[in-house]
Design a protein around this ligand. Sequence first.
Ligand SMILES: Cc1cc2nc3c(=O)[nH]c(=O)nc-3n(C[C@H](O)[C@H](O)[C@H](O)COP(=O)(O)OP(=O)(O)OC[C@H]3O[C@@H](n4cnc5c(N)ncnc54)[C@H](O)[C@@H]3O)c2cc1C
Length: 434
Amino acid sequence: MSEPAPKPTPKRLVIVGGGFAGINTARSLRKRTDLEITLIDRQNHHLFQPLLYQVAMAGLSPADIAAPIRHMLSAQQNCRVVQGEVTGVDFDQSLVKADFGDLPYDYLVLACGARHSYFGRDEWEEHAPGLKSLEQATEIRRRVLTAFETAERTTDLEEQRRQLTFVVVGGGPTGVELAGAIGEMSRFTLAKDFRRIDASSARIVLIEAGSRILPMFTENLTSKATRHLEHLGVQVWTNAKVTSVTAEGVEVGSERIRAATVLWAAGVVGAPIGKVLGLAMDRSGRIVVEPDLSVPGKPNVFVAGDQASFTHQTGAPLPGVAPVAMQAGRHLAKNLERDLKGEAREPFRYVDKGQMATIGRSRAVAQSGRMQLSGFTAWIMWLVVHIYYLTGFKNRLLVVISWAWSYLTFNRGARLIVRRDWRMFRKAPPPPEA
Ligand SMILES: Cc1cc2nc3c(=O)[nH]c(=O)nc-3n(C[C@H](O)[C@H](O)[C@H](O)COP(=O)(O)OP(=O)(O)OC[C@H]3O[C@@H](n4cnc5c(N)ncnc54)[C@H](O)[C@@H]3O)c2cc1C
């Protein structure tokens, strides 16, 4: 009797990044016993970034919109999760370099996302945090709520005005959502809670360098979004380029806005790891990919999501949105399976189902093909889509309850100022001089 043929050694697939692209790649390959998958992320959690502004604006708690990656993939026997930071790749030796050591691969997927760009003025970040992580969201929440507290305390009217002025830079969906949420919070949630200040008099300025906010939507929806924002007390400045950001506020050419809180929602660049890999990148620091999502000249290395520059469909890079990342993750998983079966790969094609942005508690704009919606109907649609895609049943339930509560009461349950200094036993301040 002949011996059974030895089982082929499983191929090693390393996925860097547990965002929408990385998680979708891993999950799509859950049945492959001929693959040993290692997913590396510097964070231990997958983050639902589209609802991050709700954490920043005290509507939701961090745990409502994040889930441990290890738990998400715990039932997947062919996948191991490692928390660590990838610092480089040795493409000649097929080795991923991480802060915990080197990891060999047969296939590599880079799905490290993007980060904010301050257009060469990185020193602005200190005064104008962006919104990409839970740490940044809780820092923004701290700054916004602290501004109201400081305004209540101070007797200097000019300083009070500065504390009650909020500037949001960038008129894309995140900037619009942040500005709308501050407007709503100051006018409805906080208005009754203070005694000395009128929280509803807060000045909110949304600054956009282009000729209109939400340029990815039709002009009609942009006008409607502008009106919704103005209804919440937000001043919309277009064709306005920020030329300076300091602790005092911002300058827009010769105009100066004194503001204690400035938030950054402009420019995005590919994840910093891209810079050290020596691969071709576009002007926004995203790695250029072939139609099958592989890196030119490196067929066993793929890039997906915000980190990839895929221009083969429209001539311009696909937008940095969650559906692109999810579809690309699933598509490259299929191409990898085709490889394993000895079949030819297929080019990626993004199916655009539309886009939406919310403005305050009950208004949104939505666009899908020729369909355009705004106001309450669009907001309900926004709600359903976001709940549907939110990870994990518990999170969905908690978010629905929080939103229902906020909707009925105008309250925001997560209005906590969490200080950055965590030590209980700090050195006491020196006694006042005699
Ligand atoms: C505030 C905000 C609101 C948004 N709203 C929407 C929306 O309404 N609709 C929509 O479609 N899209 C929205 N987006 C965009 C959407 O979230 C992104 O397009 C999507 O998250 C991209 O997925 P990704 O997997 O490419 O990257 P990410 O989801 O960013 O994941 C990248 C992962 O890689 C990890 N990582 C990065 N570098 C390293 C490294 N060197 N080593 C190890 N791990 C690393 C990170 O920790 C992260 O977990 C929003 C984004 C933001 C920031």
